[in-house]
Write a protein that binds this ligand. Structure first.
Ligand SMILES: *Cc1c(COP(=O)(O)O)cnc(C)c1O
Length: 425
């Protein structure tokens, strides 16, 4: 086995260090396989119940009226997430777009949006108007309030109660940490927060940004009271095969409005051709539970490699996981670059490229991104990225197979060792 890794540029020391860490992880890995097995059954049941057949894979064009493939896929998603309805389409360009549709469809001028979990993900800040942008919710007269997490990462229930007022219409809960070093919430924790909010005002719409969380647990936020769960198909639920798309699963009432917002009032869910993408959306969803499991193993492996070397890892090497993201605080721009160059060098695509920081649309600081992906920017494929700012954390995620995730992490460590930025002894 070592020969194969040596041919790719891994030294005997890095390889041995990785194998030693792996030996300690076997029981955690088998627990992850169990969750994948459960979720696989859930997806297959939904596909069988909705009679998925070859007819669902046919391409449609133009308006896409009576698109059986699209309509059935939405029923499959609704069944897996246990919601009344779903909007799952290639016309949703990415996760940010899906979240924008969900927010702008369900907030009207004079309404207030509340984030009870601190600052939302970078790209959402312009959507909301926290950072000024044309067409933000703020520009349309939707106000925003935020309650930060407590020092220990817990919910500030008193602060949340005080922030809810007669204007509060929608609460946005981000499951994953995103580019922050706070903990990711478990579905159970999100359920407790939703119960608390509904206990104050049952009519408040609770939306969960589910990005990177899908299939990590056996339940989803929609199982614990969320009115809408929202995510990207180039993350977990696309299984690496979806070339584009986003989803919103939720109540009939919310999803109907989302459909009108996405297409046009009066048109709603009836239009939107599938453009021949259905096979990859179905097959990707079918693969998503095992792909997510492989990515989660990679995240745990990374924490167990880097933490003993003195780099703070969030989550730490022992913690239970609620998403597939691993933050590693590397302490310097140079170490971030070396890490990302390792991930890039391990890729099946564009392995010869060298990632460097750049000013990416939607992000405030320069961002470095490593991805040698089949789908551009796909972060269910092995990737690492992070904004160049203290504590110089890289956010590592993905891996369509566990073996590739393992190689990428070993290669990242190799680059740090080669540059003298860490030492294994
Ligand atoms: C990735 C992500 C988004 C945005 O998704 P894009 O597909 O990159 O637009 C939003 N929220 C969180 C927590 C994310 O991880």
């Amino acid at each position: 086995m070592f020969e194969a890794y040596a041919a790719l540029g891994i030294s005997p020391e890095v390889y041995a260090y990785g194998e030693a860490a792996l030996e300690r992880l076997q029981s955690r890995f088998s627990a992850i396989d169990k969750i994948a097995e459960y979720n696989q059954a859930k997806v297959i049941s939904a596909m069988q119940k909705n009679r998925v057949s070859a007819a669902c894979f046919a391409a449609t064009s133009g308006y896409g009226y009576d698109d059986v493939g699209r309509d059935t896929l939405e029923k499959v998603y609704a069944d897996v997430f246990h919601t009344e309805a779903a909007l799952v389409r290639p016309q949703i360009a990415c996760g940010t777009h899906a979240l924008t549709v969900a927010l702008s469809a369900n907030l009207l001028p004079g309404d207030e949006l509340l984030s009870p979990v601190g600052l939302p993900y970078d790209t959402l800040q312009e959507v909301i108007g926290i950072r000024e942008s044309p067409c933000s919710l703020a520009e349309y007269g939707v106000s925003y309030r935020q309650v930060d997490l407590k020092e220990d990462g817990g919910f500030d229930y008193d602060g949340i109660r005080a922030a809810i007022n007669e204007k509060t219409k929608l609460v946005t809960i981000q499951r994953s940490k995103g580019y922050a070093t706070r903990p990711t919430f478990s579905v159970r924790q999100i359920g407790e927060l939703i119960s608390f909010i509904k206990g104050i005002r049952p009519d408040i719409v609770c939306m969960v940004d589910n990005c990177y969380g899908e299939f990590v647990e056996t339940i989803e936020p929609s199982d614990v009271g969320a009115d809408m769960v929202v995510g990207s198909l180039i993350k977990n639920p696309g299984g690496g095969l979806a070339p584009i798309g986003g989803y919103i699963c939720g109540t009939e009432k919310c999803i109907r409005r989302c459909a009108f917002r996405l297409s046009a009032p009066g048109l709603g869910q009836e239009v939107g051709a599938n453009l021949g993408l259905m096979t990859s959306l179905y097959q990707g969803f079918f693969l998503a539970p095992t792909v997510t499991a492989g990515a989660e193993k990679g995240a745990i492996f990374a924490a167990n490699l880097y933490e003993p070397l003195g780099f703070r890892c969030v989550p730490n090497s022992q913690e239970t996981r609620h998403d597939i993201i691993q933050a590693v605080e590397l302490g310097s721009e140079a170490a971030m670059c070396a890490f990302c160059q390792g991930i890039q060098a391990a890729a099946p695509v564009d392995s010869f490229a060298t990632p460097v920081p750049w000013d990416m649309p939607g992000y405030e600081d320069p961002v470095i991104m490593a991805a040698g992906a089949f789908v551009q920017g796909s972060s269910i494929e092995l990737s690492a990225d992070g904004p160049i700012r203290p504590p110089y954390a890289v956010y590592f995620q993905g891996g369509l197979t566990w073996a590739h995730a393992k190689l990428g992490i070993l290669m990242s460590l190799q680059k740090l060792v080669d540059a003298g930025l860490t030492s294994l002894n």
